[in-house]
Ligand binder design. Sequence first.
Ligand code: PEP
Length: 246
Amino acid sequence: MKKLLVANWKMNKNMQECSEFANEFLKRFSHQREAWIAPQALHIPLLTHLFKNSHLKIGAQNISEFNEGAYTGETSSRSLIDAGGSFVILGHSERRQYFGETSTKLNAKIKTALSQKLSVIYCVGETLKERESKQTLAIVANQLHQGLNDQNIADAQNLIIAYEPIWAIGTGKTASPTEAQEVHAFIREILSNKFPYSGYGMRILYGGSVKPDNVEELLSQKDIDGALVGGASLKAKDFLTLCFDK
Ligand code: PEP
């Protein structure tokens, strides 16, 4: 399976910048790796249009656990699909930290998104304090068990896990390939037990200051199937380098 590179643009770029990125990216994208982009929700229709016929998926950085109704300010899975989106990132540490999203709330969001046939990238990861006190595996296991509790086994094929140590996000610090591999192998074991048929083959992405100069070493690890990328996905040139299999 090709490695998957997912761009998380967070709350960056205007429409003009989205178009410029697409033009530059499409000139040189060689499909050696799979590429997905999660822009701000309002830019999803534009990005879907710009990348039509390119096999590049466009998705959201969050959705509601509800399908429709009186939930002011929320965006539903159905409207994401209607706008051309096909995946959603859920449980990013910025959503957990700034918007109070718990693994229990995320469990409901994951169920809703999967039931609508969206692909879900569920993020897990520990703080620096938790790593230093050797709680990484316990924290990650807990986030996985709560977030994935009672999820339909048949939906697991649309589920992707992103391991993102919080201390490595946007900080320039990266988990060493060995540190990341250890956690990825642990996640794979949990998924294999939880989803007996499809768990072992589920994709597990690494996220946390992935850049052109560290991507190859990280992606060469046995259990790292791709990367979720913030800062280095904003420039087409850098994201192209990440998507190029040397
Ligand atoms: C992220 O926000 O998911 C992320 C990994 O950011 P960065 O690559 O900038 O660390």
